[in-house]
Unconditional design. Structure first.
Length: 146
């Protein structure tokens, strides 16, 4: 009897109006939530930037990936010299990625996740001199590879 009543309540809802549709997903990619410090050490500066799904921004990020030689060490879907970048924006926050790209040596010294990656891979990420204005497009491009 209790099961029948609870099933009836679930199916009948709370009124005659249909439930509102969930809000549409925003165009920007949502950053993963993480524990405190998930963005990396706050002492390492990171510029303000936006992660966008805009095809023009993503294409610019793809060019940054190509021209800075990121593909020499990273691939999507397999590990090369550096970690596999498929789904990196679900494992790391955009700010963490920005800090790692802009200041890889400092991150290896100061960030526990970067230290662990260095210990596992035994290769220091090279500073590719990515301009801070290129970070938003680059992270936007990375976000297109879940």
């Amino acid at each position: 009897m209790i099961i029948a009543v609870s099933t009836f309540l679930l199916l009948s809802g709370c009124g005659s109006e249909p439930a509102p549709a969930p809000p549409a997903e925003p165009a920007a990619v949502k950053a993963p939530d993480g524990p405190p410090g998930a963005d990396g050490p706050e002492a390492i500066p990171v510029p303000e930037f936006e992660v966008s799904a805009d095809p023009t921004v993503v294409a610019r990020g793809s060019r940054v990936f190509e021209t800075r030689g990121c593909g020499a060490c990273h691939q999507f879907g397999s590990r090369l010299v550096g970690p596999d970048l498929a789904g990196v924006t679900t494992r790391r926050t955009p700010k963490w990625i920005a800090r790692q790209v802009l200041f890889p040596e400092r991150m290896t010294r100061e960030d526990p996740v970067a230290k662990q990656l260095f210990a596992e891979l035994m290769v220091q990420m090279t500073n590719q001199r990515v301009d801070p204005s290129e970070i938003g497009p680059l992270v936007s491009f990375l976000a297109t590879h879940p």
